[in-house]
Design a protein around this ligand. Structure first.
Ligand code: ADP
Ligand code: FDM
Ligand code: MG
Length: 215
């Protein structure tokens, strides 16, 4: 059996270019890779999530939508594991960190970071996480901003702080040091960012380790 594939996550705030770059990376790696986007809106659970995001008046409680986002990852878990063991690289467009950061940023009593992370325990953890950041409010100028539920300037600010708190307080220092990169994409072209992402991914693939990490 050959080496297992790598699990590579592209995370970050809305409209920072995650989907664009996840697709480019999957293209670059070719047929030896699989691209998965979360939420995966194509499954029955994903359709409920899609309705929630598009309809500001959807009455689902915050706890329920949080657990649906998590269920949407669990329904893909076996697929991810099999692909990795079949030697394919799996590229993720958002994952567990988005799940915790967006829900926790709502400041709902009782939904603290631990509560938000608990349903994710046991999911495969990315071998590498690239986190896209930009300066201030660049995302709001990009096409489509404001179409969906969480896309307001105030909420995005809270999400940004919650992501940073999540990485600093809830992620271990060794993962932060060795398995993560914060990438400032401000004022960088799609091609420039793609080159950096490709270099990071290639390094991660070269340094491959057998052990699967878990949340
Ligand atoms: P995300 O998945 O993070 O929400 P997208 O990849 O959908 O972001 O990109 C949002 C918009 O910004 C799209 O219209 C995309 O073409 C554009 N875009 C992506 N990357 C860049 C970039 N580096 N410079 C300028 N525009 C970009
Ligand atoms: N989101 C995404 C969550 O709130 N929880 C999650 O677990 C995930 C994966 O859904 F506002 C939010 C983040 C964003 C929206 O947008 C999905 P995209 O454009 O499909 O990434
Ligand atoms: Mg996207």
């Amino acid at each position: 059996m050959g080496p297992r594939g790598r699990l590579i996550l592209i995370e970050g705030l809305d409209r920072t270019g995650k989907s664009t770059q996840a697709e480019l990376l999957a293209c670059e790696l070719g047929s030896n890779s699989v691209l998965l986007k979360f939420p995966d809106r194509t499954t029955p659970v994903g359709q409920l999530i899609d309705d929630y995001l598009k309809n500001r008046h959807n009455p689902l409680p915050d706890q329920a939508i949080h657990l649906l986002f998590s269920a949407n990852r669990w329904e893909a878990a076996r697929r991810i594991e099999s692909a990795l063991f079949a030697g394919k690289h799996v590229i993720l467009d958002r994952y567990v960190y988005s799940g915790a950061a967006y829900s926790c940023a709502k400041n709902v009593p009782g939904m603290d970071m631990k509560w938000c992370l608990d349903p994710e325990r046991g999911l495969i953890k990315p071998d590498f996480t690239i986190f896209f950041m930009n300066n201030g409010h660049e995302s709001e100028q990009r096409a489509g901003f404001g179409d969906e539920r969480y896309e307001t300037v105030q909420f995005q600010d809270r999400v940004k702080h919650t992501f940073l708190e999540l990485f600093e307080t809830w992620e271990n220092a060794s993962y932060r040091e060795n398995n993560m990169r914060f990438l400032n994409v401000a004022n960088k072209s799609i091609t420039e960012v793609a080159l950096e992402v490709k270099q990071i991914a290639e390094k991660c693939i070269r340094q491959g380790q057998d052990e699967i990490l878990r949340f």
